[in-house]
Write a protein that binds this ligand. Sequence first.
Ligand code: 9B3
Ligand code: ZN
Ligand code: ZN
Length: 429
Amino acid sequence: MKTLFIFFVLMNLDQLLKTGRCTETQDQILSITPKTQEQVDILKNVSTQYETALWQPVSPQYIKEENEVHLFVPANSSETVKDLLQKHAITHRVLLANTNELIEMQTRNDSTDPRSSSTFYERYHSLEDIYHWINRTQQDNPNMVKAILIGSSYEKRPLYVLKLSVNNRPNKKAMWIDCGIHAREWISHAFCLWFVQNSLSFYKLNQDITRILDNMDVYILPVMNPDGYQYTWTTNRMWRKNRSVSKSSNCIGVDLNRNFDANWCTEGASDEPCTEIYCGAFPESEPESQAVANFLRSHKDSVQFYLSIHSYSQMLLFPYSCTLDEAENHKDLLEMAQEAAQAIRRYYRNTYKYGSGAKTIYLAPGGSDDWAYNLGIKYSFTFELQDRGRYGFLLPPSLISRACNEALIAVKTIALKVIEKTQAPTSHP
Ligand code: 9B3
Ligand code: ZN
Ligand code: ZN
């Protein structure tokens, strides 16, 4: 017991020495709401000129008067940035002062930390661990799970889709879920693992899961952007894009959710490689988006429901994002999203906004959901999971189960609706 105590003291001492004596020297997340156009311009400038990372909105172009901005400010630019804000009478609030500790907390307890009481699914996992998990999941459930290699990333990492299938009825329909298009949205990857675990554990036990799996195969891509995800573990926790090297610039990475062929690279994306919303050299220029597009093209007759998981801001979105026009089945989609949001509210007392992407967040072209929709997958959604900015991308592991369970209930609600709308009722002999 005594040794344990000394151990903890030493641990914290180590922490103190590493991070400096006061919180001022830590990386921070600032919340700033510009009040005038001048302040908007200063903020746009800060977020591009200095070594900061914009959390919200995704790109400086969306910074507007009276709209809250979340900005990651690393310790070494903290003073400069704060001085600049002060000089222009821009007030800020420190959203997170202990960023380094939060990051440490999320990466420390991977694999087998004896002090952790949480289960495997209540922690974040390194890319290597996720690859192991994919392998093990397939081995442990040979008659329900198959791993399919659909391509590889820019840095040649494999892209595995898990196929969950409990029968092979002729003309079997399917749904698709991808996670981790954006590297820093870690709750997304965690959700894909959660979903698989839940499906495998509760098939034949939970009525909804059973009905879904009896009627649809499920394709799950747990890590669509493995290079970016690896980079968030080793080098920069705030990385969003993939890691492809541009021919025309020293800046790295394409926003995979701007790289699909849906009004590609129009307003809401950028052809500038140094931005977070760089659309790439041409539609599907990236091996990751191309692999997904190829797979869906070759399965478009069976896949009825497309879902892409992101974070943060708690929204259930559907096409279009790339235009203000309404989708042909807008009313259906709206009704489904509304029902899903109601289920979350009822069971978890949490609020999710819902609506078409363009009207709910911003006009943005090149997204996977719009592309899948235009391919003919008429039930196409993007979920933005927890939270609404308290922790942002740094959602603590203790909040994973809540976030995943509420997303799960939304997925179930919509999947059941899709089955109801598109499939003849199954006969129960
Ligand atoms: C963006 C687009 Cl382009 C889309 N079609 N659907 C959802 C979004 C929102 C995500 C993004 O890529 O900015 C949120 Se992180
Ligand atoms: Zn995202
Ligand atoms: Zn997001």
